[in-house]
Design a protein around this ligand. Structure first.
Ligand SMILES: *Cc1c(COP(=O)(O)O)cnc(C)c1O
Length: 408
């Protein structure tokens, strides 16, 4: 079974499922009982795999973790209550004050805010233009432990220099973290560019239905943690390519407690079965809509990696199965973005992305409001920028909605 969807829809049955259920059941339990207390002790001591307490493990969540690992061609995955919990917990578990990391400056807004908080707590961050590996390289210091990038940045769709940054991190022995949320493992698998750890907000494309929050960290097995300074002695057990994840599960998930609930895991797992089908449709519609707007007189700029004038058009075509299902654009000077948005009838004004429904949001006044005008300018966010997350509706209906809103 080699196909992406074939693997996903049959993954629950790769481990024994109670009564032959074709879906992993929702395990609504916090704790697990053992007949022999030695078995319980072995689980606690990491000598055998098993279930200890719901803040660290749950069978429904484990099934989703296996699914995400399959999707990412990884070694293992840890799920969290949200994508932000995944990113924050991972950094907390692996970094110490005095450390430094380099981040793309084209970043999800809350990740940007979170990295600012780490800076306040003594873990320094340099924001650089990650579309060019040279900017990353010149920001490295002797204290740099990690490089963090997104695949396609939201909302301006810059594509990171993923392959060259991977090679740089490998040469320097630096942990390479790729947030794959915008592409999802259907369009791109960061293991192919040497990522050490892969972040996914499960809330977005993987779930797809806008009905559950979740996040995941997947380890690719490409980083050897025996050379990493901050792994605690007790976690240095067995294969050293797994030590980092053991520490994230213990010092991060267990101690911070941002565990994914079994019910949310079930919703996400359901959604993930149609990831490939949804994204094929969403990406095709995004391409059609981006081209329509690009040729419309009332629109001054469109940012989508599938347009030939996009600065990373070729890189995107080379790396990704499709250039994603999100784009952003600016109206010309005379058109008011709020008036335009209020005239849309099918498209919903909402902050999420990756939903089955097409969603639109004015960026500077909402998701990028708190960071202020100066940082927005640095990130290339115009005050009139509108972001569109394309859903699965018939594309003719979407074009008609945009046309009417533009031309009324
Ligand atoms: C949404 C998002 C996150 C955060 O995920 P949540 O599940 O909303 O916490 C992180 N990174 C990217 C690129 C995102 O789009």
């Amino acid at each position: 079974m080699v196909g992406f969807t074939t693997r996903i829809v049959h993954s629950d049955r790769s481990s024994p499922v109670e009564h032959g259920s074709i879906h992993k059941p929702i395990h609504a339990t916090v704790a697990y009982g053992y007949d022999d207390v030695q078995d319980l002790a072995d689980v606690f001591q990491g000598n055998s795999s098993g279930y200890s307490y719901g803040r660290q493990v749950n069978p429904t969540v484990s099934a989703l973790e296996s699914q995400v690992t399959l999707m990412e061609k990884g070694r293992q995955t840890i799920c969290f209550s949200t994508g932000m919990a995944a990113i924050g917990t991972m950094l907390f578990a692996l970094m110490r004050s005095g450390d430094h990391f380099v981040s793309s400056s084209f970043l999800f807004g809350n990740t940007n805010s979170l990295f600012g908080s780490f800076d306040v707590h003594g873990i320094g961050v340099s924001f650089v233009d990650a579309t060019d590996v040279k900017a990353v390289e010149s920001a490295l210091t002797e204290h740099t432990k990690m490089v963090f990038v997104e695949t396609i940045a939201n909302p301006r769709t810059q594509v990171s220099d993923l392959e060259a940054i991977g090679a740089l991190c490998r040469d320097q022995g630096i942990v390479y973290i790729v947030d794959n949320t915008m592409t999802s493992p259907y369009l791109f698998q960061p293991i192919d560019v040497g990522a050490s750890l892969v972040v996914n907000s499960l809330t977005k494309y993987i779930c797809g239905h806008g009905n559950a929050l979740g996040g995941a960290i997947t380890e690719t097995g490409q980083y050897d943690w025996s050379s990493y300074a901050h792994i605690e002695e007790i976690y240095k057990k067995g294969d050293s390519s797994k030590w980092g994840m053991t520490q994230i599960r213990k010092k991060g998930l267990r101690d911070f407690g941002a565990a994914l609930g079994a019910e949310a895991a079930h919703h996400i797992s359901m959604g993930s079965e149609t990831l490939a089908l949804r994204l094929e449709k969403q990406c095709a519609s995004a391409q059609t809509l981006a081209e329509f707007l690009d040729n419309h007189g009332k629109v001054s700029k469109v940012y989508y990696p599938g347009l030939s004038h996009h600065p990373q058009f070729e890189r995107s075509a080379q790396l990704f199965r499709k250039p994603g299902a999100l784009f952003s654009f600016e109206l010309n000077q005379e058109s008011d973005p709020f008036d335009f948005l209020n005239r849309l009838k099918v498209v919903i004004k909402s902050s999420n992305l990756g939903d089955n429904r097409t969603l639109a949001i004015p960026v500077s006044q909402t998701i990028y409001y708190e960071m202020g005008a100066a940082r927005r300018k640095e990130m290339g966010i115009a005050e009139s920028l509108i972001r569109i997350s394309v859903g699965i509706e018939e594309v003719e209906d979407l074009i008609e909605d945009f046309r009417t809103a533009l031309e009324t």
